[in-house]
Design a binder for this molecule. Sequence first.
Ligand code: G3P
Ligand code: MG
Length: 249
Amino acid sequence: NVSGEKVLNTKVMGHRGAALLAPENTLSSIRAAAAAGATWVEIDVYLIAEGGLVIFHDDTLERCTNGEGVTREAQLSYVTELDAGVKFSADFVGEKVPTLLEALHCIQSLGLGLNLEIKHDSADVETIVPAVMDMLKAHWADNDKLMISSFNHAALQMSYEIDSDRHLAQLYEDIPAHWQEELENIKAYSLNCDYSRLTQVQALAVKAAGYKLLCYTANNPQAVESHWAWGMDAVITDDPTKFAFLLVP
Ligand code: G3P
Ligand code: MG
């Protein structure tokens, strides 16, 4: 286990940047998280056509951009020309879908920590994981400010095989019976789960086993009030301003 307090030095992590403050997974969203006082952000990395890596959540382009079609099949030149702000609000017209490289530069220039969630089409694990790991090796400086997360256990296993020093987080919607085996497999740093499905018994077991425990996606403090007492280490939120009382000024 690579756990250490110096890694996760915050209780609040912006979700998709700060998805309630600016268009999710854009550079504006990352900057909004930083402006709100967050020192870590979670963003999603998605594999598109010809090995392109962009910061994007959905399997299709419609919800977050003025484009259309299947994200996986879209060309980089198409995706990077789309407007990723107009569906959020008129204030963000012209916002772009960032490449992974642009996001890495932006996040580091702001001094933030990064929770990079690998989105997947299972068939693509063997393409996306080495590409992401190569990009991080070349363009991310501080390993203690980086967490790699995924719902896809095979993706995390491959990450671990490529570089066993990374801080890996297994994501679950519902924590399965075999969670501990999976976390041990990848020498996980953290278990990241849906706050609304987590039970106290599960939380205590995760903490007793020595892992960090992060919960997504809570947008008001009351929703996770009990979770702190259960040992939750950090909350992943669309609106870090709501958790300002937990942020060091
Ligand atoms: O990493 C936590 C959270 O982002 C997982 O769910 O669908 O928002 O990527 P999703
Ligand atoms: Mg995510």
